[in-house]
Design a protein around this ligand. Structure first.
Ligand SMILES: *Cc1c(COP(=O)(O)O)cnc(C)c1O
Length: 376
């Protein structure tokens, strides 16, 4: 059986887990957490990086930092994971969903400005499949209207836009290290604080609203409750596991890109014959092979292809049900303008198996079975 996803394992995780146990410090912000934070700051070139228990938590921290409150509006695509929206709904905001571009499945930057009202506080671009949104345009609009930009870069670790790491371009960026993502600690995430003004407050919010970190650095003589906050730090065990993967980040990335490129070559005939569409990578974007998808003619064909592949023990998957059509999405948000592409394109998208260690042979086998469905 070829699974749809497998968590990456490099072989060094157990050694670091053992070391964390030996260190005798299991709570958050020990030496492995520090190493992970510093690695991200250096590798991605950002002001401050904080490990969090998940990307969901990083988004929640971002909503707190951005000062989102009741009555505010936040702009994002409907084609995303629930956490992108929930983080802001938890603060009392309502969500304004904007249509996506059919080529990248990312928010259509040309539609954002019209969706802005006097209540708008933030724009949340989601870098789908690790392929960047049109960030220059989005930053320009945000600046003009004085809005915060929070990147949902859950899928974009190691991807770049015009040479800059995704997650480091907006005011804040959120990463996921869930087991379905390119690098993992089982459950995990990170908040990247790019706007230096928020560095100190991020640290406080993450530590239950206390100035504990300042106390440990000797900057204050006692530690106390100074702001709202929650527990947004993962255990050292998670950090130890993740650090082993950071050290192998380039090897993992290379392996995934190789599989992605093989899929692309092997399925190119389908695109040429107009039978299915392949992903599009804009010139300014370097992606991380988070996902390989094709687009079928319609929902019916996609369902048939999933079943076809299942016969050969190949697990494929569709993706998000657009949030604006969900029960909670209707309650907490509204779609701005026309849904030209969100529903139609999400119905056609089919994700093929993709994980670290997926062999060349298996990619070719999967591609052959996809081609055989279309008999070409
Ligand atoms: C995976 C994902 C999340 C949530 O990540 P967790 O670490 O599981 O909380 C949020 N947004 C997007 C776009 C994702 O793909």
């Amino acid at each position: 059986m070829i699974p749809f996803n497998k968590p990456p394992i490099t072989g060094y995780e157990q050694q670091y887990l053992h070391q964390a146990v030996e260190n005798g410090k299991l709570a958050g912000d020990g030496s492995f957490t520090k190493s992970c934070n510093e690695w991200m700051e250096e590798y991605f070139d950002c002001t401050k990086a904080f490990l969090t228990p998940s990307c969901t938590h990083a988004l929640e921290m971002a909503a707190l930092l951005a000062g989102i409150g009741p009555g505010d509006e936040v702009i994002m695509p409907s084609y995303t994971f629930v956490s992108t929206a929930n983080a802001f709904v938890l603060r009392g905001a309502s969500i304004v969903f904007v249509d996506i571009r059919p080529d990248t499945m990312n928010i259509d930057e040309r539609l954002i400005e019209d969706a802005i009202t006097s209540k708008t506080k933030a724009i949340v671009p989601v870098h789908y499949a690790g392929v960047a949104c049109e960030m220059d345009k989005i930053l320009f609009i945000a600046k003009k209207h004085n809005l915060t930009v929070i990147e949902d870069a859950a899928q974009g670790v190691m991807s770049t836009y015009k040479g800059r790491a995704l997650g480091t371009i907006g005011d804040l960026g959120c990463y996921s290290f869930h087991e379905t993502k390119n690098y993992t600690s089982g459950e995990g995430g990170a908040l990247l604080v790019n706007n230096p003004e928020w560095k100190e407050r991020a640290e406080i919010i993450r530590e239950k609203g206390t100035n504990r970190s300042q106390f440990f650095r000797g900057q204050v003589d006692k530690y106390t409750w100074v702001d709202v906050g929650s527990s947004y730090l993962p255990s050292e065990l998670n950090a130890a596991f993740l650090y082993a993967q950071f050290e192998q980040a380039d090897a993992i990335n290379k392996d995934r890109i190789k599989a992605w490129n093989t899929y692309y070559e092997e399925l190119y005939p389908l695109a040429e014959e107009g039978k299915a569409e392949l992903p599009y990578i804009p010139a300014d974007c370097v992606h991380n092979a988070h996902m390989f998808y094709i687009k079928t003619k319609d929902l019916e064909e996609r369902t048939a292809l999933i079943d076809w592949l299942k016969q050969y023990d190949i697990m494929s998957a569709f993706h998000y049900v657009p949030l604006h059509s969900s029960e909670a999405g209707k309650r907490f948000g509204r779609f701005y303008g026309n849904d030209r592409f969100t529903t139609r394109e999400s119905d056609r998208l089919l994700r093929l198996p993709m994980y670290y260690g997926l062999s060349e042979e298996n990619v070719k086998y999967i591609a052959e079975k996809v081609r055989s469905y279309y008999a070409c």
